[in-house]
Design a protein around this ligand. Structure first.
Ligand SMILES: Nc1ncnc2c1ncn2[C@@H]1O[C@H](COP(=O)(O)OP(=O)(O)OP(=O)(O)O)[C@@H](O)[C@H]1O
Length: 208
């Protein structure tokens, strides 16, 4: 479960934000829609506490993230939050498999090759596990990114424009995979996007 309460943020006096409260229960999905520049990425980074709100709270299950120290926040995020970034960023020197195992490592968990293989099969990239990430197509990279986000079975999955560079077919596939994965592990799924194609796939929507 993720819930926010009266989050405000500023990059400076000329760039201030006051975000609507959102609530997303376990196994629920929420779409946050907004045009370019409305603060979608900023909001997602606040939900993950990659940015600290000026005021307000971000609660995941029973933990108010805004009350944690920097080190506690990083440890909490690694264990409980899976993030699919706008542009997948991987460690290019490592294989796809090792990039997946890195999620375990960062969360201080045992490296689970079986889970990586299982996810690769479910998400359709089991042939690519030994390749370097820059040898994959954009659609494949996006699927690896989803797998990495769910490696530790997080409580919350946050996805930033996961479909902006994909065609219609890959867009439907990525949305379906995000929904399936979050339902399988009982996570809350929050997607921020300007991609109007996603509107019909989500009943719960917030406009920024
Ligand atoms: N580090 C920063 N310092 C100052 N202003 C910033 C910073 N990052 C973003 N902004 C500004 O904050 C506003 C919101 O940016 P943000 O990236 O959150 O929007 P967005 O809705 O995700 O946009 P897009 O869909 O184009 O990615 C923009 O006007 C942007 O210029």
């Amino acid at each position: 479960m993720l819930a926010t309460n009266q989050i405000t943020f500023e990059y400076g006096p000329a760039k201030q934000f006051s975000f609507p409260d959102v609530h997303c229960a376990n196994r629920e999905a929420l779409l946050i829609l907004g045009r370019s520049g409305t603060g979608k990425t900023t909001f997602l980074h606040l939900l993950a506490l990659l940015l600290k709100p000026k005021s307000g709270s971000v609660v995941i299950d029973k933990t108010d993230l805004t009350k944690l120290s920097v080190a506690e926040t990083a440890a909490f995020r690694a264990k409980h939050v899976g993030i699919v970034y706008q542009k997948p960023h991987f460690v290019s020197a490592l294989s796809v498999m090792d990039n997946l195992l890195m999620a375990n490592y960062l969360a201080n968990k045992p490296q689970d090759k079986n889970r990586a293989r299982e996810l690769a099969t479910q998400l359709g990239f089991s042939e690519q596990l030994n390749k370097k990430t820059n040898q994959l197509s954009q659609g494949e990279q996006q699927r690896v990114s989803i797998a990495r986000a769910v490696m530790n079975q997080p409580d919350v999955i946050l996805a930033d424009e996961p479909t902006s560079s994909l065609d219609d077919e890959n867009t439907s596939r990525v949305v379906q995979l995000l929904r399936e994965q979050s339902e399988q592990i009982g996570a809350s799924l929050i997607v921020v996007t300007h991609d109007q194609r996603l509107k019909d796939a989500f009943q719960n929507r917030v406009i920024l």
